[in-house]
Design a protein around this ligand. Structure first.
Ligand code: ATP
Ligand code: MG
Length: 351
């Protein structure tokens, strides 16, 4: 929640490929919101592969410093080099660390009449983003019978609790108010056991003060959750998962709807939120003016939602849904013939 402000300062990091085509579209949509949000003020910032090849940094210090002065940000996409390059690491991973963006939140919603969509999908994957197997503590040892590799999996009560709180908070703002905890504690009873138990305890925390009592809590073993996600995705509302399961589930969930060009996400912490379309830099369509801007536009709406500007977020989402439902102005990934600019214009008109 944000207190009333004079202006809303947003960092724009288009980065690479079609990021440079879709982030400007999202910016235009924010500008068009008028009095639903404080007057937006934009700061253009560099990150990604292109700036790395020019300057040797994928995430210049100035970008991080400037973001610390912003109320939020929109990130486009980064190209990843096909081979390993010394000194290059994904700016998104670094940004998550620098700004403590511990959650990756991905809503997946089907829009009736979009032929590629499973009907009635309206779920949010809330993925813990700082620990689990992604602490990258791996060791290779040589034994008498050959090489042996081990990895450490870290689950803490602190990180599980804060991701749990975020999942409950998101569920509270949704009609069905349901949280499903994803785990594998039948096998990994210590690590997944702690995750599950900590999240189950969130509604009973004294500081929570009964706020989440209306939220229904369910749980599911990750393998059966994936099965049901494909068979009956309509049963899910908010899914909360440790890093690795969340990574897999969020890509699987994105496959339930017609195009990667539709799915938004945010990287969120307690003090900062960064919207980011789920798709990559899409080198195959770069520069053709046909990238679908709707994932980036929805990411801007999601950013606003996390900042507490619900009315503005709702207005953007309604405009996007209308454009998809009418089906007249769509980019080629959705079977249409329209350009990025035409889809943007259609959204602006609905707004
Ligand atoms: P990267 O290495 O940056 O991840 P990629 O090609 O592996 O790039 P994506 O960029 O996610 O992965 O693209 C996967 C496919 O989906 C490509 O064919 C791409 O053209 C298509 N695609 C992704 N985003 C969009 C979009 N916004 N509009 C239209 N097509 C898209
Ligand atoms: Mg990719």
């Amino acid at each position: 929640a944000t207190t009333a402000r004079q202006s809303l300062k947003i960092g724009l990091i288009p980065a690479d490929g079609i990021g440079k085509e879709v982030i400007p579209a999202a910016k235009r949509v924010l500008e068009a919101l008028g009095s639903d949000i404080p007057k937006p003020e934009f700061v253009s910032l560099l990150a990604g592969w292109e700036v790395f090849t020019r300057e040797g940094y994928a995430l210049p210090d100035e970008t991080v410093e400037a973001l610390k002065e912003c109320d939020g940000a929109l990130f486009g996409a980064v190209s990843s080099p096909s081979r390993r390059v010394t000194g290059y690491s994904s700016p998104i991973v670094q940004l998550r660390k620098e700004l403590d963006l511990y959650a990756n939140v991905r809503p997946v919603t089907s829009v009736a009449a979009n032929p590629g969509d499973k009907p009635d999908v309206d779920l949010v994957v809330v993925r813990e983003n700082t620990e689990c197997l992604y602490v990258k503590q791996e060791q290779l040892t040589l034994t008498e019978s050959g090489r042996e590799a081990r990895a450490t999996r870290l689950i803490t009560e602190r990180a599980s609790r804060r991701i749990g709180k975020m999942a409950f908070e998101i569920a509270l703002g949704r009609p069905r108010q349901q949280v499903t905890i994803i785990h594998k504690s039948n096998v990994l009873s210590v690590t997944d056991g702690l995750f599950r138990e900590t999240i189950r305890a969130v509604p009973k925390l004294s500081e929570v003060n009964g706020k989440y009592d209306s939220v229904k809590v369910e749980e599911q073993i990750v393998d059966s959750a994936v099965y049901r996600l494909f068979r009956e995705p309509e049963i899910y509302d908010v899914l909360v998962a440790p890093n690795l399961y969340g990574d897999i589930l969020s890509d699987a969930a994105a496959a339930l709807v017609g195009s990667l060009g539709l799915v938004p996400s945010v990287n969120a912490g307690d003090n900062f939120v960064m919207g980011e379309p789920v798709h990559g830099s899409a080198p195959d369509i770069e520069g053709k003016g046909i990238a679908n801007p709707l994932a980036a536009i929805r990411s801007a709406a999601l950013m606003l939602r996390f900042q507490g500007y619900t009315a503005g977020a709702d207005r953007i989402d309604r405009a996007v849904d209308q454009v998809i439902r009418e089906g007249e102005v769509l980019t080629p990934d959705l079977g249409g013939k329209s350009k990025t600019q035409e889809v943007l214009d259609a959204v602006l008109k609905k707004l």
